[in-house]
Design a protein around this ligand. Sequence first.
Ligand code: HEM
Length: 508
Amino acid sequence: MDVITAVMLVLLLLVLAWSYVLGSNSPKHRGKLAPGPYPFPIIGNIFQLGRKPHRSLAKLSETYGPLMSLQLGSIYTVVVSSPEITKEVLQKHDHVLSGRTIGAAAQVHNHHNISMAYLPVGNQWRKIRKICKEQMFSNPRLDAGRSLRQEKLKELCDYVRECCVKGRAVDIGEAAFITSLNLMSATLYSEDFTSFNSESTTHEWREIIRGVVKTVGVPNVADFFPVLKRFDPQGITKEAEFYFGKLLEMFEDVVKQRLHSRNITSPNPPPKKNDMLEALLDLGEGSEDAFFSSNHIKHLLLDLFIAGSHTTSSTVEWAITELLLNPTKMSRAKNELRTVVGENKQVEESDISTLPYLQAVIKEILRFHPAGPLLIPHKSEADVEINGYTIPKNTQILVNVWAMGRQSNLWSSPNSFEPERFLDNKVVDFKGQYFEYIPFGSGRRICPGLPLANRMLHILVASLIQNFDWELEPGTKPEDVDTTEKFGLALHKAVPLKALPVKLTTFQ
Ligand code: HEM
């Protein structure tokens, strides 16, 4: 270590110590705190999180129990990993425990003050959630976008068909990512977000989405030690400013163009679109307090694309991975599609309710590989008592959904992929009532995009397996398939799944 590095290190330690003293939300003399591993000075338990915090925390909870304390730098945190305590947190005390801890990246462009995902539970947040529920994700609204989404699935199948003819492997996660983005943009504003065409410039937009997702998902030392925020030691805030800015600019253009076409007064104005953007603009114009401005719309679009794209595509990638590794389950899913939907018809959203095995596959994937293994961190807005322990105001709360999905007292053979368990037990669903299984969360903060995600997941997986047989790349054995996870905003495969489409079915 050279002198400069040593001095830098000493300075850093001093700053951290200062930050600890000034910024620590470490609760003092405020009742009995939940047990947890011993926190090291200044850094606390940060290093115990490891690269896969959902797994490390599940392991630690085996020693310290289902309500566990951690000190993450200056952030006092509790980790919940039993259905009983989850129910206390997300149902009984939900009104106090639904705040958010907000990382530095989410604060760029003032996003956290407008964003549904980061606003505290209050009037502004409630209004946006209501708009989402009624104007965007209600069944009639979603039904209105069905045919547009069907076109995007056709584009996916055309792309895979081309790979099939050329004998090329498909990067399933990337194909699902492109399609998820286009399914969302078709639903939200009737346009394509990106394209399979490698020459199209729209692939840059995918990189921008990835940039935002990365800056929000990557651990930021400035979040653990807020006093470092102004120094932005990892350069994350700077990057976030760039990527958020680009995406907001893009959505601003989308809104401007639509406003322009709504204002055209020629004898032949373009037909009015029947999509969510139109509904949102109607709302802005008509509402008395004109609460929902163009600025709200662009931040809302950003939230929806960031929260909805990687979560959906990584779930699809895991589903195809597990089906490929379990050929009898793949055959069962394909046979169901063949017998229920028929040999000559392309599966559609309206078929989903008639496909119990497909539904069981999706449920099982969300248990086995939940995209949000710790939900989005919650925060307590006041002191709360649970199981005799105090959760002080401003505590960060992590609900370990992944751990609960893998507990042998809750699930038989929890470490194997068994969609059949959901055929035997059809009652359990992911809508937030069964606290051992909450891949979309529960209570006030439950994922507002669930109705759209539900449709997209089923129809994406169904389209991929109805139209094609899949094989691993030549020379790859099932045991070579790397199922290592990568933790980020969504829990995805560390190594992309490349699979070879063979034998295609051609529909009219
Ligand atoms: C929040 C899961 C798809 C929009 C969440 C949360 C989870 C989740 C676990 C956090 C809940 C909490 O903090 O308690 C998933 C999964 C998806 C998915 C597993 C698909 C596989 C979508 C889609 C959209 C969306 C498609 C939008 C089109 C959101 C938003 C939030 C959220 C905006 C923040 C809500 C708030 O804080 O009030 N989602 N999600 N999600 N999700 Fe999803």
